[in-house]
Design a protein around this ligand. Structure first.
Ligand SMILES: [Mg+2]
Length: 433
């Protein structure tokens, strides 16, 4: 069996004006759908980050993929060329999906997922069962809360309903959380911070704890918006709220900054775990992060870590080092939803609920045949179908691809959106507080 066709579809997906320390989300998020077909007539699908960078990285590997045997993933990786260890591979300044230093690793992840989908269909097994057998039948996800402006994403006649409404206060965040949990049944809560004054974000977490109680673990992620001093202040203030299965995610930038926060919190008798998807972005970073005790929970991602098997390797490495492992998310569609669910199911040490942006996208923007992935008690059940267990609606892919070609932008730039809509002089400053 050989790959006979390699088809790349850039798509644009309506996205509400969500806020983070990077700025504000644009009206459409960019993604890429990959379809591989074999000489046996089996189709494998995948989803990757979007825009010109992703498309160029995938185009560049087309000659390696066309004609390959989809079972020979190690041989493919050998030919791929090792990822560069030069340059800033952190996500301090560039959002995931925009860093040129891991573009080739991200392209491998996309191809690997499509090959695993093909292999699963060829042997009639779900992807997670190809990789040592599933550690769980359903992948739990967290309620991923965002401060946001009014609006549901999209533009003009293509605008979406604003399902959750404006949310720029602690009180409105509790409403957002209630609504999301009522819809999806999530059992863990993540707040994207780094948007309001730290005192207001502390108040938000306290209101969430009051509203949902200690059985819902809480985490906050300001994407490096805070100094070491502010991070320690927040860690002390939220000592109780972030305990019991929660964590403090990337409060400040750099491995050294994280290690300083950790030392100062421990000196106060506070051992709230620090999580990271900014300082730690690849397997090479894990042992240094462990050695400096800068990070206690590593946030995997089956897109930029290099695939589902890379997440599984990370899970075993973290377990051996006594570190926790969880999963980062970007805006994504249903194909990535299933890639993430299979990565979680195949990673025994993944004991935190994973992040997902899925609630922020609508059925109107789904590319899966049969509609959106369903959640049961906050988890995605692994389908009893081979491969990833989902198929594409190619008419819908074509509609989203047409919309992509109508857009004036080809990369994610949240700072530019802030200047356009909120403050013409806005710049990303780290630390902001
Ligand atoms: Mg993060």
């Amino acid at each position: 069996m050989r790959i006979s066709s390699f088809s790349i579809h850039p798509v644009a997906v309506a996205d509400p004006p969500l806020r983070s320390s990077y700025g504000r989300h644009a009206p459409y998020a960019l993604r890429t759908i990959l379809v591989l077909t074999t000489t046996d007539g089996i189709t494998g699908i995948s989803e990757a980050h979007g825009g010109d960078g992703s498309l160029a990285a995938l185009e560049a590997v087309r000659p390696l993929v066309e004609g390959m045997d989809p079972f020979h993933l190690h041989a493919l990786w050998e030919k791929w060329g090792k990822p560069s260890t030069q340059g800033d591979r952190s996500q301090t300044w560039l959002v995931p999906g925009e860093n040129p230093h891991d573009a080739r690793t991200r392209a491998f992840a996309a191809v690997e997922a499509a090959c695993l989908d093909i292999i699963g269909k060829a042997v009639n097994q779900p992807v997670c069962d190809l990789l040592g057998g599933r550690a769980r039948d359903a992948a739990p996800f967290s309620a991923y809360l965002f401060y946001k402006h009014g609006g549901g994403g999209g533009l003009g006649p293509d605008a979406r309903d604003d399902e959750y409404g404006e949310c720029l206060t602690p009180e409105s965040m509790v409403r957002q959380c209630r609504q999301m949990i009522a819809t999806y049944g999530f059992r863990e809560i993540k707040l994207k911070g780094g948007v309001l004054e730290p005192a207001l974000e502390i108040e938000t977490i306290r209101l969430l704890r009051d509203a949902f109680g200690s059985t819902f673990p809480l985490r906050i992620d300001p994407n490096c918006a805070w100094s070491v001093e502010t991070s320690v202040h927040v860690g002390i203030a939220l000592q109780e709220e972030l305990s019991g299965g929660g964590y403090l995610e990337d409060p400040t930038s750099s491995m050294e900054g994280m290690a300083q926060v950790r030392r100062q919190l421990l000196a106060q008798g506070i051992d709230t775990p620090l999580a990271s998807n900014v300082a730690v972005t690849g397997l090479n970073d894990v042992v240094p992060a462990w050695g400096e005790d800068a990070v206690q929970v590593v946030l995997s991602d089956p897109h930029y870590w290099g695939g589902i098997r890379a997440v599984q390797r990370l899970s075993f490495l973290c377990e051996a080092l006594g570190m926790g492992v969880s999963m980062h998310s970007n805006n994504h569609l249903g194909v990535s939803m299933m890639i993430m669910a299979h990565a979680c199911a195949a990673s025994p040490a993944m004991r935190f609920a994973c992040d997902t942006h899925y609630p922020w996208q609508s059925a109107q923007d789904e590319v899966l045949a049969g509609g959106r992935v369903k959640f049961v008690d906050g988890a995605v059940v692994i389908p009893a179908k081979p491969g990833l267990g989902v198929d594409l609606d190619m008419d819908q892919v074509a509609r989203l691809e047409e919309r992509y070609h109508q857009l004036p932008y080809r990369k994610r730039d949240d700072a530019e959106e802030m200047r356009r809509h909120v403050d013409p002089s806005w710049q990303r400053v780290l630390p902001r507080w």
